[in-house]
Design a protein around this ligand. Structure first.
Ligand SMILES: Nc1ncnc2c1ncn2[C@@H]1O[C@H](COP(=O)(O)OP(=O)(O)OP(=O)(O)O)[C@@H](O)[C@H]1O
Length: 252
């Protein structure tokens, strides 16, 4: 299986003087092409920091991050931001959208930088994505005129507009009711089934149970891992039970 992402002994610290501490404490991990993984762990264990380090959003103090064969540590800021924009998609708990643009214009924004002349083509792609996630009729709405679940669907369309190799999600269902959360997980599973790697950071055993490998973090390292068969719509309760059992076992 080809590696999509390699994190090798990553150290990242925050704070000054005697307050300084390693939030990532030499953490190593790998994600295969097309894999669907989750990272769980107590609050403050370094999950989001790991996601920012792996995506090149934040620099690291030492260690190496290799994404799609490229060593991020040796790349300049412009090169890195181009790589992020063209090969990675990001979905956060609350999508940050521009309030003066409608839903469609927010979705196409990440694609406009390279393709200003191709607005029609990009808008067409955005419309197909919107149709796919069930918000086809909302393109002209302001971002304040849609529900949280609809806004998250728009956030997913935006994350997909440049056809990324990998999606990073930080609590993507954290602000949603359970019905919307399930629908967002269905969409992410579908995207993954088409070959896009997905890494989710989550506290929710139900979210993690949809993935095929869960890494458990504690104090800036991965302390344990749980593998599950690819989710095919069956035995959700059994999967959630396995996740919660593992959480109990390692005390998180
Ligand atoms: N920019 C920053 N400056 C200083 N400290 C930071 C910064 N970012 C994160 N931290 C600290 O690093 C630690 C890990 O934070 P991180 O957000 O990675 O944890 P997490 O596991 O994602 O937590 P949660 O589940 O609560 O989101 C926390 O103690 C946090 O306060």
């Amino acid at each position: 299986m080809k590696k999509m992402m390699i994190g090798d002994r990553i150290v990242k610290s925050f704070g000054e003087g005697h307050e300084r501490r390693n939030v990532l404490d030499g953490v190593s991990m790998e994600i295969n092409e097309g894999e669907f993984v989750a990272v769980m762990g107590p609050s403050g264990s370094g999950k989001s920091t790991l996601m920012f380090a792996l995506s090149g959003t934040d620099s690291v103090d030492s260690g190496k991050v290799v994404f799609n064969g490229k060593n991020l540590s040796t790349m300049g800021e412009n090169e890195l931001s181009d790589l992020r924009r063209t090969t990675m998609g990001f979905v956060f708990q609350q999508p940050t959208m521009l309030s003066h643009l409608n839903i469609l214009d927010n979705i196409i924004l990440p694609a406009m930088r390279d393709n200003r002349k191709n607005v029609a083509k990009i808008s067409e792609k955005a419309r197909l994505l919107m149709q796919r996630v069930g918000i086809a009729d909302l393109e002209k709405r302001d971002i304040t005129q849609v529900s949280g679940g609809q806004l998250q669907r728009a956030g997913i369309c935006r994350a997909l507009i440049n056809s990324p190799r990998m999606i990073f999600g930080d609590e993507p269902t954290g602000a949603l009711n359970s019905q919307s959360a399930q629908e967002i997980m269905d969409i992410l599973s579908e995207i993954n089934a088409e070959g896009t790697a997905v890494m989710l950071v989550t506290h929710d055993a139900k979210v993690a149970a949809r993935t095929e490998r869960i890494m458990f973090m504690q104090d800036g390292i991965i302390v344990s891992e749980l593998k599950l068969p690819k989710f095919e719509g069956l035995d959700m309760d059994g999967r959630v039970e396995k996740v919660t059992e593992k959480m109990r076992e390692i005390g998180i």
